[in-house]
Design a binder for this molecule. Structure first.
Ligand code: NI
Length: 183
């Protein structure tokens, strides 16, 4: 169990282009420990996903899903728990959908972000096994959010209408007491 501090927006370590996981790391102890730290930290913060740069680790690793129905997104089908290293995202259409997002590195705030509705993502799990999925909706949104972290992008940079950006307690008072955390 290792819950580690989550970096907050403004920290330049969140702005880096993260490095690819080298072949030698797959299946090894260092990557396994990183996944444990990410999972423990994500669970402690009640997050839907987390990226390695958010705990100061400069590697292209994200994890997401596995939490069942998210109370912030009650209509979204559950996303299987996924470890995704060195991801490549390919939009399957040019359709964009708008949806509300939060971020563990931007606590207390939510914003409406346009994302590709359908995409394919490929990469490898922590053992080096290939992942290749085509997804849509909330699953696609989470993947885009998390993988943005690997390129130094936080969701507020993608909010194109700042009237749709604000404090969770103001925008969604019904969520108060249900969840206090972000993605
Ligand atoms: Ni985030």
């Amino acid at each position: 169990m290792a819950v580690v501090p989550i970096l907050k927006m403004g920290d330049t370590r969140l702005q880096r282009i993260a490095k690819a996981v080298p072949d030698a790391m797959f299946g090894g102890d260092a990557l396994a420990q990183l996944i444990v730290d990410l999972l423990d930290t994500m669970k402690a913060a009640n997050g839907a996903g987390i990226a390695a740069p958010q705990i100061g680790v400069d590697l292209r690793v994200v994890i997401f899903g596995g939490g069942g129905i998210n109370p912030r997104y009650p209509d979204a089908p559950p996303i299987p728990f996924t470890v995704l290293c060195n991801p490549i995202l390919t939009p399957l259409s040019s359709d964009l959908t708008r949806g509300w997002e939060g971020c563990l590195s931007v606590p207390g705030l939510r914003g409406e972000v346009p994302r590709f509705e359908q995409l394919r993502y490929t990469g490898r799990d922590q053992f080096g096994v290939a992942i290749d999925r085509s997804v849509d909706g909330f699953h696609a949104r989470v993947v885009q959010h998390e993988c943005d972290h690997l390129d130094g992008v936080l969701y507020p940079q993608r909010v194109d209408d700042l009237t749709k950006f604000g404090f969770t307690e103001v925008l969604f008072p019904e969520l108060a007491g249900v969840v206090g955390d972000d993605d």
